[in-house]
Write a protein that binds this ligand. Structure first.
Ligand code: 5CA
Length: 472
């Protein structure tokens, strides 16, 4: 049995194990094992991410190990990561001359090569990405898929451009791509420009995608960084301009980790288990024969016929196990199968089937002729719309606009207010609520009826619409 989703933390911990997403019993803190079922989900989610990235980027692979001499070059960057790096100091019994870091992210692995690859203006824009594991010695509470010490599914993109303006254009592109990805997953998000004290180490600025988890805490599910020419100066990445002079490149980088899967599971799931959009569900359709003495063959034959009809187009299984139908419903609901088809003797005679969708859990009888590819795809699309709507409604309920801090006693969810760019005001409000300023809205969602400009909630000077929350 699952704990109710209201107890989110326990629910999450249980559901990812019972639904066989992650095995949490691996004996190293912050490292977890993907079960086959979870790994299939990862594959379908990341296939989409690849498809989106492949339009404007090329996939590469860079090594896991970074020499200390490179990792330490960019001052801000290393300062930001120094207490999170795992070091390799020995090869066998020999002490290494230059320590090697397990990449915490790959700027310092990739940019020395960019220096060799980029010669002229014609080499840009250069846009690459890789999906790899990275290691961070996280000291905050670790959690499967959410806060890892080995991030196994780190999609990092790195780009180089001729000017700051072109890098800015690329930031817009990255935001567009991440929107496309999260819309595909029916996960709602806020897009915020992080305050300076919370930007990526070495970046000019950072834009983050945040979603709201069932317990009201936000989770950063992707970041887009404008690096300006900070790394180019450190790694001496120059190009020959059209008129023959030499200039530093401008760079951006952006990343998404398996937190996208954590969000997917957490936001859509319910008391019965996981709910997934059809396209990413490892099993999309389950057929459950309802067997009675005397009509077993008839039902099984009809079930097999339907299985045969769907098999070529969908990830479908026919559950022929000896379990009782109730036990089968329970199992496949837990594992998020979007469409269930039940077939009993009566349905055989009438050439009907009983269908139900995982999110609605309502049975409906349809003629077997209506169980065709086009209809199923349409139902899948409808289901996704329902998921997106429900998720957005939940998010909206958790967001509250305030004009004065007295309006809030216990912070729950996200508060939205105007804040000036004076760091002291930001620090003050973080302290009052023991929470994080998420930053200014890059895009104010149309459903959030607020003005972009207003008086700072702390000092009363001109401020911009901003958000604050307790975060993962
Ligand atoms: N090099 C840049 C862009 S690729 C970078 O490393 N950015 S980052 O540090 O912000 O990480 C990108 C995303 O990875 C974050 O937005 C967050 O969603 C996710 N992430 C960061 N740390 C962890 C972690 N310990 N476990 C799981 N996901 C993480």
């Amino acid at each position: 049995m699952l704990p109710p989703k209201e107890n989110f933390s326990e629910w999450y911990h249980e559901v990812i194990q019972q639904a066989e997403i992650m095995d949490v019993r691996y004996p190293v803190k912050g490292l977890y094992v993907w079960f086959p079922f979870g790994f299939k989900l990862r594959r379908y989610v990341y296939e989409k991410l690849r498809e989106i990235m492949d339009k404007d980027h090329e996939e590469v692979y860079f090594p896991t190990l970074i020499p200390e001499t490179e990792l330490g070059k960019e001052g801000e960057h290393i300062k930001g990561f120094e207490d999170e790096v795992y070091w390799i100091t020995h090869g066998g019994l020999d002490e290494l001359d230059v320590k090697l870091a397990l990449r915490p992210t790959s700027e310092t692995a990739i940019y020395p090569m960019f220096k060799l690859w980029i010669r002229s203006h014609a080499d840009m824009p250069l846009r690459i990405y890789q999906i790899v594991n990275v290691f961070r010695y996280e000291t905050k509470h670790t959690r499967p898929l959410i806060r890892l010490r080995e991030i196994t599914s780190f999609k990092e993109a790195h780009t180089a451009h001729r000017s700051y303006e072109e890098a800015e254009e690329n930031i817009k592109l990255a935001i567009k791509l991440y929107k496309e990805f999260y819309d595909f997953l029916a996960i709602p998000y806020l897009i915020l420009r992080r305050p300076d004290w919370d930007k990526f180490p070495g970046a000019d600025y950072t834009i983050a995608f945040d979603t709201i988890m069932p317990d009201g805490k936000t989770m950063q599910i992707g970041t887009v960084h404008n690096l300006a020419d900070n790394f180019a100066k450190t790694f001496d990445i120059k190009y020959e301009t059209v008129n023959g002079s030499h200039s530093f490149v401008y760079q951006t980088c952006y990343g998404i980790s398996e937190r996208c899967i954590a969000a997917l599971l957490s936001i859509h799931g319910d008391d019965f288990g996981l709910i997934l959009p059809f396209e990413v569900a490892p099993i999309q359709i389950v057929i459950i024969p309802i067997l009675y003495k005397g009509s077993e063959d008839k039902v099984m034959n009809f079930a097999k016929e339907i299985f045969g009809k769907l098999e070529g187009d969908f990830r479908v299984i026919l559950d022929e196990s000896d379990e009782r139908p109730g036990a089968k419903y329970y199992k496949w609901e837990l594992k998020a199968v979007p469409l269930r088809i039940e077939i009993g003797p009566k349905e055989c005679d009438e050439k009907n089937v009983v269908i139900s969708f995982r999110d609605e859990r309502k049975k409906k009888k349809i003629s077997v002729d209506d169980l065709c590819k086009e209809n199923i795809e349409k139902w899948a699309e409808d289901m996704k719309k329902r998921l997106a709507k429900r998720a957005l409604e939940f998010m909206r309920e958790k967001i509250r606009y305030i004009e004065s801090i007295e309006e809030i006693r216990n912070l729950e969810g996200v508060i939205v207010f105007h804040l000036c760019d004076n760091i002291e005001c930001g620090m003050k409000i973080e302290e009052i609520f023991s929470a994080n300023v998420l930053g200014n809205f890059v895009e104010i969602p149309d459903w959030l009826e607020v003005e972009e400009n207003g008086k700072c909630i702390i000092c009363g000077n001109n401020g911009k619409i901003s958000a604050l929350a307790k975060s993962y």
